[in-house]
Design a protein around this ligand. Structure first.
Ligand code: GAR
Length: 191
């Protein structure tokens, strides 16, 4: 079976959707572990689905590079075919990207290359655009600058707040992510 490790920082609602998708017999991937860079509440989803978890706390390390080395060591232990960043709110050091790219993908709550970075939803609202989107990319050495695997437009409503807009974006992200992982596992992308 195609082995996926998911990395999160937060509530992990997109992770949960992927965990659920993986329970279908015909889905060609399995999540073998979920990791976090902090005490993320989303790790509870993994536990509920019987998936092992690990935490490599950023604050326990002297530098981004040391944290990255510890993270890669954990990742190696699970021998992933693919790593999914699903709300990991931390830039990976170059050594980690070099080791795993292109077998490392990221979901982003905007229509890249529009609004990269940690505040994709907030930045789209601040810019006053009428549509934003959701994107799944390959992680490269830049900030949300890797090759685009899937993306979709989402309209911004006049009365949207960061929260209401993000809650409308996330279901689209989930659908795109589940589809991209399926395609990669089936050898239809990233080969
Ligand atoms: C998702 O919208 C994801 O795209 C975003 O964090 C959210 C995580 O939600 N990631 C980024 O903004 C990365 N720059 P979740 O914890 O509920 O799945």
């Amino acid at each position: 079976m195609f082995r996926v490790v998911v990395l999160i920082s937060g509530t992990g609602s997109n992770l949960r959707a992927l965990l659920q998708a993986c329970t279908a017999a015909e889905y060609p991937a399995e999540i073998v572990a979920v990791g976090a860079d902090r005490d993320a509440s989303g790790l509870a989803h993994a536990a509920e689905f019987g998936v092992p978890t690990f935490t490599v706390n950023y604050r326990d390390h002297a530098s981004r590079e040391e944290w990255g080395a510890a993270l890669s060591e954990q990742l190696r232990a699970y021998a992933p075919d693919l790593i999914v960043l699903s709300g990991l709110m931390r830039l990976l050091p170059a050594a980690v990207v070099d080791e795993w790219s292109p077998r490392i993908i990221n979901t982003h709550p905007a229509y890249l290359p529009e609004f990269p970075g940690a505040h994709g939803v907030r930045d789209a609202l601040a810019a006053g655009v009428t549509q934003t989107g959701a994107t799944v990319i390959v992680v490269d050495s830049g900030i949300d600058s890797g090759p685009i695997l899937a993306q979709e437009r989402i309209a911004v409503a006049a009365d949207d707040t960061e929260q209401t807009l993000h809650e409308r974006i996330k279901p689209v992200e989930r659908r795109l992510l589940i589809d991209v992982v399926q395609r990669i596992a089936a050898g239809e992308a990233l080969v």
